[in-house]
Design a protein around this ligand. Sequence first.
Ligand code: PHE
Length: 411
Amino acid sequence: TTVTTVLGIQYPADSWTNATPHIVAKTERALHRTPHHPVAIVAQRIAHFWSTQVPDVHPPMRVVNDMPPVATPAANFDSLLIAPDHPGRSPSDTYYLNQHSLLRTHTSAHQAQLLARGVPNFLCIADCYRRDEIDASHYPVFHQMEGFRSFEASDLKVLTGGASSAFDKVWDPSVNPKQTVHDVAISAAVGHDLVTKLEAMCRFLFESSQPLEMRWNKDYFPFTAPSWELEVKYQGQWLEVLGSGVVQQPIMDAAHPTRPAGSVVGWAFGLGLERLAMVLFGIPDIRLFWSTDPRFLDQFKDVDPTDPASLVTFKPFSAYPPCTKDVAFWVPKGTVLVDNNLFDVVRGVAGDLVENVQQIDRFVHPKTGRESRCFRIVYRSMDRNVTNDEINAVQDRVRAALVNELQVELR
Ligand code: PHE
């Protein structure tokens, strides 16, 4: 193909193009705008928290769920101060339509655009795309929510010592430094607001009769400083919920060209909606979100995002048996096989029949110097029984595609 069409717009291919038809087809689905879809329900429940439990956000958080998925590298990376050599820009991690257009890798891509539109406080919900491994919790398309809040720095200055002793335990500036342009009081006031609001949000989402255990770990993002991730203890396990931080001042200043530098400051967070929905509803496999089987969607039809009593636990409608196949091959001499290329070839042929792909063997032949790799592919349908004959046919097509597209020599 020399042209890729995404939502009616054509993108001519070039040497960067790596978005497969299987991936591009997902841009039509809009799970986050599908009524009663668990991804949409979780987003609505979080929006409900912000509109009812946080009266001091003015103007109130605007919910934006219709930003198109194609972004420029400028929006997805440059506007966020992501360095030109950052690995996330590489075509081995990101789906490119061509050199100038990609499928957004995170909702942070819209921070600068929404600020420029004059929206200071927002929740931006969108489908995001990343080349990744294949297992029950990884899928190349997922949904994020970006939360963003702006403040007048002059309003924060009056909150002298805006921080508290609890916040002192969250923020250690010696390992998670503030921005040099920020007064420590400004950084602490913004960070304190971020931490208290997001803790309240998680309590609203997760807390039952027991108090919810949470912990903040320092993190790093090019577009925030200081930065933190938040984990909650859920059914005995620490679960990473979100990344967050005080927005880099150059991003705020660029969005407010008529205001003196430093006069508007902000915080941002980004969370993965499938992750939360899997936990809140007990959904065991990320492929289920893409199922059009009414046995999946109908289970959520009476959930009211404003009413915790209406939340349901998903009842798996199948435990269809898996079918496992191995494929071994020689990598063409002098080349490196990028795992994500193999994963996209397998997904391109097998679609959502593939549940897991894992390397089980790799060695270099001592005499020829050729590299051998062997992968184990687990096939399983989410909604029906598959026959061994059917999977053998799929596996034959996977093998042929690996030869065709990656030039491997089957063993
Ligand atoms: N965009 C980041 C990610 O996808 C998450 C994030 C959002 C971090 C906003 C900080 C602030 O990992």
